[in-house]
Design a protein. Structure first.
Length: 601
């Protein structure tokens, strides 16, 4: 009887296993760099030829290996990282399976030079297709160099699926960039065909590394964040925290997204967490914008499973929903601070994330941006203080108490209106320029979203109701959202086949035109094609956004000093005072330092 099931030869089994770990040259670079970083390297140099197809060479100054360890290193599942299955719950090293080197060796011609610092010489190992050809003494300094030539020389089917040299080089550069962000204190260099692509010296913090990678201007568009648990709507699980940077909303653009996630120092991919970051930006960026971020999540032992993907690119969290909620709220908290507002220039430089003291997050730069201050109360003109508090009877104390406004100059805390459109406020650090329409948009949106949970927004009954004729589509839309419109303050009654009667309206300010606002709201809700409509999560948010947009005071409207002061206080009582619902800034900062530079001081 003929046996149909057979044990594959080691050579075939090794090539199959290599296919799970070694997908392309970038996979080899990642595995070799991770080994170098696990070995405590302070300097890692990567050289590739022809996109890594011809040659990959990774050199480090880590702890190196003895001859005995070198011989074991090409055996599958030989590792120094773990000893028992329970170690997988606490592993902090990049590698732990003992698969990388044997997998790479199985599909290449591999040379390895290493020295552990013991004795006068190190070891040189040569292998082809996983077979060791030579092991001998070799003079070199402490550390390891692994050279991989002819990747997939014995697997032509795999080689045929490699992309162009430029595409493979870009993939390698992305791998090196990711590991450079995971290890800012390590010097990392990448050369392609003898051309330097990256040369990153050891940095003090993440901000410095980002400036080296992306340039000072791009790095200065990033805002540092911390745990911000005191402001999160969801209580963070014990031992969880997030640090890193997110991009200022005014700098976020469509197109290329630079987004990096790390858990306990390990890079990983997670579309659910990426969506959580996007939710944190809700109502602060235009539709289609893709903000950059570099986020480091720290979790306690046993809270994450890193052994769920052949290339260790994905992880699984024990409390996935809480991690997503924490990520969203921490990002949103970062967008509520002054540092997230727009600036005239990028002169502020890159933010600083301390590497040696991660518990401090963004350190002094972050805490300084949130220092408490009390806006001065210029004496309002009689009858003006109800301007922006309309419909909020009994809640006046909330306006100045929810979020600390910027510290104004104690003796010269006046506000000025420019071109009947912008409000200027002198602060200790310079000047804030506030767009009155955008600021009032944010106030109205915040108020209505809060009012939804309290039964609805206060309305004012009209002595003469409005009779408004609509198209069939508009009439149908009004009927569909009539309940939400009522909670927004619009009491609407159908009349005939193409008309509605509006009996009551909200009263957000004395200059409010209820008929124009209602018509514009209905038109935008009906079309549903605007970026504002596409960015909203649900009908409640759509109506709040359109009401805020159409109902806010307009550019060109003259305001009294009391009205300006009240708008200023109301703006800083909102959750996200620096951004309007369209994703535009409400505030632009002009620092005293920038003024001094312009005047040559």
């Amino acid at each position: 009887m003929t046996r149909r099931i057979q044990v594959l030869p080691d050579e075939v089994a090794n090539q199959i296993a290599a296919g799970e770990v070694v997908e392309r040259p970038a996979s080899v670079v990642r595995e070799l760099m991770e080994n170098a970083l696990d070995a405590g390297a302070t300097r890692v140099e990567v050289r590739v030829e022809r996109g890594g197809k011809r040659r990959i060479r990774v050199t480090d100054d880590g702890e190196g290996m003895s001859r005995e360890d070198v011989l074991l290193a090409l055996d599958r599942h030989a590792t120094s990282k773990i000893r028992t299955a329970s170690d997988l719950k606490t592993v902090r090293s990049f590698g732990f399976r003992g698969e990388a080197l044997p997998s790479i060796a199985a599909v290449s011609r591999l040379n390895m030079e290493t020295h552990d610092g013991v004795g006068e010489v190190g070891t040189l190992l040569r292998s082809t297709g996983g077979r060791i050809l030579e092991v001998q003494d070799f003079p070199r300094q402490r550390g390891t160099t692994v050279e991989v030539k002819g990747l997939f020389f014995n697997a032509p089917a795999r080689s045929a699926f490699l992309k162009s040299v430029s595409a493979e080089t870009r993939a390698i550069s992305e791998v090196v960039t990711t590991l450079a962000l995971a290890n800012p204190t390590v010097r990392i260099a990448l050369h392609s065909d003898e051309r330097p692509l990256l040369d990153l010296p050891a940095c003090r913090d993440l901000g410095e590394r980002l400036a080296r990678l992306w340039g000072e201007e791009a790095a200065s568009s990033l805002v540092g964040l911390g745990e911000e648990e005191s402001r999160a709507r969801h209580e963070a699980p014990e031992g969880y925290r997030v640090r890193g940077v997110v991009q200022r909303p005014d700098a976020a653009q469509p197109g290329l997204r630079r987004g990096y996630l790390f858990v306990n120092g390990r890079p990983f991919r997670d579309t659910a967490l990426q969506r959580a970051v996007d939710r944190g930006y809700r109502t602060t960026i235009p539709y289609g914008a893709r903000p950059w971020y570099v986020l480091y999540l720290e979790v306690p032992e046993g809270a994450v499973d890193v052994n769920v993907h052949p290339a260790k690119a994905e992880v699984r969290f024990r409390e996935e929903a809480k991690v997503q909620a924490l990520m969203e709220e921490v990002v949103r908290s970062a967008l509520s601070i002054e540092d997230s507002s727009a600036t005239f220039t990028a002169a502020g430089g890159a933010p600083h994330l301390r590497v040696a003291e991660p518990e401090r997050g963004w350190g002094d730069a972050h805490s300084a941006s949130q220092r408490a201050g009390t806006a001065s109360s210029a004496d309002p003109e009689p009858g003006q203080m109800a301007l922006f508090l309309s419909g909020r009877e009994g809640h006046e104390s909330e306006v100045a108490g929810e979020v600390a406004a910027p510290a104004l100059q104690p003796e010269r805390a006046r506000l000025w209106q420019l071109h009947n459109t912008y409000i200027l406020a002198e602060t200790r650090d310079g000047v804030l320029i506030i767009d009155q329409h955008s600021a009032h948009e944010r106030v109205l949106f915040h108020r209505l979203m809060e009012a939804y949970g309290e039964g609805g927004q206060a309305a004012q009954r009209l002595l003469f109701p409005l009779t408004i004729r609509l198209t069939a589509e508009e009439r149908s839309q009004v009927e569909e959202v009539s309940g939400i419109l009522h909670r927004a303050g619009f009491e609407v009654e159908p009349f005939g086949t193409d008309t509605v009667i509006v009996h009551a309206v909200p009263n957000p300010h004395p200059y409010f035109d209820p008929e124009r606002c209602f018509r514009e709201m209905v038109a935008e809700l009906t079309s549903g094609t605007s970026d504002l409509m596409r960015s909203a999560r649900n009908q409640h948010e759509r109506i709040a956004m359109t009401f805020a947009c159409k109902g806010a005071i307009k550019a060109g409207q003259r305001l009294s000093e009391g009205e300006m002061q009240e708008l200023f206080d109301a703006l800083f009582a909102t959750e996200l005072p620096h951004h309007d619902v369209h994703g535009r800034p409400t505030i632009v900062r002009l620092s005293a330092g920038e003024l001094e530079r312009k005047f040559g001081r």
